[in-house]
Write a protein that binds this ligand. Structure first.
Ligand SMILES: NC(=O)c1ccc[n+]([C@@H]2O[C@H](COP(=O)([O-])OP(=O)(O)OC[C@H]3O[C@@H](n4cnc5c(N)ncnc54)[C@H](O)[C@@H]3O)[C@@H](O)[C@H]2O)c1
Length: 442
């Protein structure tokens, strides 16, 4: 209060002559000096406390900031970011792999990464958390991964500088590339998202892999959709795949050709996995089994498509744990890439591995049977609308021949649709908070 009065007084004494300035200044400085002395005398005993508190704050910030709730808050130029990437990449077992998983916050990516980290491999994830479906589900998967020590970099495949930085920081032995624009029908609405992620993003990733030292072996997700309009079943890897029925399928087919080019020119070891309709806990909300479950629980109708002449559509539904085993089998049997940078020149020491495998269940089930199983596990009846399948990219039937995958990567699916859907429903009810209500009603 006294300080304020003094300042006000000073404001009121506007100097009119130079002499006055001197006099006024001297009296002001004497006054100010006295106050400083008084202030110092009264606060000197507090100085050690002041130093102590500042030191505590400094210690707190030095040791406590590296673990925020959302580790993505680091920028890629941050030293803490680099520390997290290195630590996440560090294998916890002897001769463990060091794996970059793209699309890690996605359905398959999250499961594969958990399996890798649980057996002691080092894993770093990349995902752009796009809003094709509810990003909060992707963030929940990310948080689950983080609780197991997997660091997820929030970034896009097309950010070449970020990818190069990741390969500079970590000598990845493998890349499991699962990031993609998935879904068949969305291409009608947003075709460029398929080009962005499945074509441009793939090339961007392969460019970084090609220049990485050492070059990683690449295992990536193609799709059963490459079989397109083929009628010969079951689908085998040696069948022609030149009649895609959707833009999604066309970009996956293009991916197989693009990866072949990088294999041929730069010696990248490539394994493409053609997944057949993957389902399970933490699944994708845009897929039929997921949206049917949501609608049945909410008492809303579901639309069941039929083919020509009212033929039921059927899918070779494959449980996520089987797909994960297939991915790990592919990773464990992949041989090293053969390219390297020697005296500034890129060289290939010999041909590198190029493989493609079907990962399916070999037991196609019709969509009405899928609905009946969901009704059984949910203990509720679905309100069904039947419609003829529109010509927007879907195919009537999928069925995998898995002989090659069995022989070369030890792939052996073991979960039938009934068991897999029971596990999915259990997860769904718990994740979306239905469990208590549902248990009471059942
Ligand atoms: N789930 C299936 O039934 C199935 C069937 C055949 C093939 N596939 C393929 O398997 C892979 C995984 O599928 P999913 O079911 O887990 O899908 P998903 O959509 O759950 O996962 C893909 C993830 O990739 C991320 N992503 C997309 N574009 C990206 C980009 N440009 N940069 C960084 N991240 C990006 C998305 O945010 C998403 O989290 C995909 O390549 C998909 O095409 C899946």
């Amino acid at each position: 209060m006294s300080m304020r009065i003094n300042l006000d007084q000073n404001d009121n004494v506007h100097p009119s002559t130079p002499g006055k300035i001197k006099i006024e200044n001297r009296s002001y400085s004497l006054f100010f000096h006295r106050h400083i002395q008084r202030f110092l005398a009264s606060t000197t005993p507090l100085i050690p406390w002041f130093v102590f508190i500042i030191s505590l704050i400094a210690i707190f910030y030095t040791f406590n900031t590296p673990f925020p709730t959302h580790p993505q808050s680091y920028s890629s130029h941050d030293i803490q970011w680099e520390k997290k990437v290195r630590s996440s990449a560090n294998p916890r077992r002897k001769d463990g792999h060091i794996v970059l998983v793209t699309g890690v916050a996605g359905f398959v990516g999250a499961h594969v990464s958990l399996a890798l980290v649980k057996r002691g491999d080092g894993v770093v994830g990349l995902d752009n958390f796009n809003s094709y479906y509810d990003p909060s589900l992707k963030k929940a998967r990310r948080d689950l991964l983080w609780s197991h020590g997997v660091f997820v970099v929030d970034g896009d495949l097309n950010d070449g500088a970020l990818l190069n930085l990741l390969f500079d920081v970590v000598a990845f032995t493998h890349v499991i590339h699962l990031a993609a624009q998935a879904g068949v029908r969305y291409a009608i609405e947003n075709p460029s998202s398929y080009i962005h992620s499945n074509i441009a993003g793939l090339v961007s990733l392969l460019e970084s892999c090609k220049t990485a030292d050492p070059q990683p072996a690449v295992i990536w997700a193609s799709s059963s959709s490459v079989y397109g309009l083929n009628e010969k079943v079951p689908f085998s890897e040696s069948d022609l795949t030149d009649r895609p029925a959707s833009l999604y399928a066309a970009t996956k087919k293009a991916g197989e050709e693009i990866t072949h080019t990088y294999n041929h020119i730069y010696g990248l070891s490539i394994t493409g996995l053609r997944f057949f309709t993957v389902y399970g806990p933490w699944g994708r909300p845009d897929m039929a089994y997921f949206s049917f479950t949501r609608n049945i629980l909410q008492g809303k109708p579901i639309t069941i498509y039929r083919g020509k002449d009212r033929v039921d559509l059927a899918r070779d539904f494959t449980y996520i744990d089987d797909i994960v085993k297939g991915c790990l089998g592919a990773l464990d049997t992949a041989t090293k890439s053969t390219g390297s940078v020697g005296s500034g020149k890129r060289k290939k020491s010999g041909p590198a591995m190029y493989r493609i495998f079907n990962l399916g269940n070999t037991n196609p089930v019709t969509v009405p049977t899928l609905v009946a199983l969901l009704e059984k596990h949910l203990k509720m009846k679905a309100k069904k609308n039947w419609l003829e399948m529109p010509g927007n990219g879907d195919v009537p039937y999928t069925n995998a021949n898995i002989t090659k995958a069995k022989k070369e990567i030890g792939y052996k699916p073991s979960t039938d649709l009934n068991t897999g859907l029971r596990k999915f429903v259990k997860w769904y009810l718990s994740y979306y908070g239905y469990s208590n209500k549902w248990n009471k009603n059942s």
